[in-house]
Design a protein around this ligand. Sequence first.
Ligand SMILES: [Zn+2]
Length: 166
Amino acid sequence: MGCINFSEKKIFKSLIEKTKLQTIRVVKDNEPRFNVGNILKAYWNQRSAESIFCKKCSTPLRKIILSNTKCDFCGSSDFINKFLGEIEITSVRIIFIKKTLNKTRNTSDDFKYSIKMNRNPMSFAEIERLAIADGFESSYDFFSFFDNHYDLRESKMFAIYNFKWL
Ligand SMILES: [Zn+2]
């Protein structure tokens, strides 16, 4: 059985609550890594030496100085294992994300982002929905994440994987 790893703090809550039903992953060599029907083990920070994390703030156990079994960062006494559960891929859709210089005046943003699906640009509302479905609070957070992790100056291929928790 394959594995899928999550490590972005901004989407931690949506994983814990299992409201996250979608993940967007870069596609290498034009071949999506997962197919419909694949069953995967989902992990939080799979490669971490720690296996237990604070359920509220996602801090690994080694960093937490446990005082009366409470997380010293946030006070929570809820902890989770890094194995979150199994998921099944239910759909795979291809998108292209690109960053361009923003030529619009009267804005402080230097760049703007676009997403194309089936060669059609997604509307702002569609992108906002996609970002929220992915566990981010807004398309702003969504694009910050992808811009930090990938070079988007060239149009880059990603797969939107929808899944269900088993
Ligand atoms: Zn905590």
